[in-house]
Design a protein around this ligand. Sequence first.
Ligand code: UD1
Length: 430
Amino acid sequence: MIDVKFKGCKMDKIVIHGGNKLRGEVVISGSKNSALPILFATLLTDESITINNVPSLDDINTTLSFLNFIGKKAVKRGNTVEIYSSENGMYKYIAPYDLVRKMRASILVMGPLLVRLKKVNVSLPGGCAIGARPIDIHLEAFKKLGAEILVEGGYVKTFVKYRLKGTTINLRFPSVGATENVLLTAVLVKGRTIIVNAACEPEIEDLAIVLNKMGAKVTGAGTKNIIIEGVDKLHGFRHEVIPDRIEAATYIIAAAITKGEIVLKEVIPQHLKSINDKLRKSGLYIKESGNKIYVKWIKNLKPQNIKTGVYPGFPTDVQAQWMTLMCLINGKSSVKENVFENRFLHVAELRRFGANISVDGRIVNIKGVEKFSGAPVIVSDLRAGAALVLAGLAACGTTTISRIYHLDRGYEVFEKKLKELGANIRRICD
Ligand code: UD1
């Protein structure tokens, strides 16, 4: 029996009859990658917290279960999350495999628990299948702050033998997660901590705003050097999460690939600059006004080469969606992936639609084809899944996408929003 619905069982599939031009308005949800570290920041205080614009996603649910497991009371109503401390005010210091394997961002529990409990045992993380994704930069930073580290039985055991002390931490790569983990620790560590070569992503700035609302002293977030003056205690806060720039970019590309015309609402256009600059060069009409972006396909697009990079560079999280668009543009283009070493799992699936792509190490060379034909495909990771949905929207015929649970980690009511824009898309459960 086939049951049609928007959200449901693990083996759900998405079926798309491609060819419809997207038209209309879409409201962009709160940023997943901003909401996650902010949720972990709640471990830094026992006071009550309210967070608005939290997207309804599996990764958010995983984090809320995680917080509840550790000892918080986290409740989500609509897009608002309220978090309280449990009556005994005790926190567990162990993050078990079952919770951590679902989501790499779980390692953000390390900073807050290390600084508050002086010990934390975290199972080595899981997450998307996009490369090795080690956590050495996080661990090096904790060591510099004075923590001891032991890896035993699949767990990283981090503890404070003497005391944590502010210091200068030079990150070998501006890792988003490591920058967040240092922030989540150093705010309560005595003395001044300077993060050199910090990640500059908007999500880091949003986290710093939250930490400062809590009473922390953080300056320089959004630049390569962040300075943190440790304080003794942090407080509750209210906050509204910034819009999801990756979700927004996905809808802009969806409009381009279907030759459509859409308005994105509740966005911060500045956060999408690298993508919109490339799309404008390609020939797409994009107009920004306040917190809206108007997108209209007016002529055949021209191929563009991109290379991914840390913010404000072209985001790796939009690489797969971008590649799908380039596959359908007449001429040659290339994509270089500089952030992750194995983020081309979507290439094999795109070939099933008829894409002409070759992989040469970190570079993908694309020769545009006139059209895609719908195909059965499998999602390997979150953004690869978005790329396959885009391919299905543009393809002639029917596309069936399996393992869409990856999409539920990062796109709030994806099929519903696309359907409202005119796509012929539905979720089935078999
Ligand atoms: C975050 C985002 C993810 C995005 C990525 C890069 C969240 C929840 N996820 O992931 O969507 O794709 O930033 O913009 O915000 N690395 C190491 N050692 C480390 C840490 C990272 O070698 O200790 C490497 C990773 O393997 C990867 C690169 O650095 O190749 C970038 O990782 P990082 O910036 O840490 O990404 P995440 O925080 O995991």
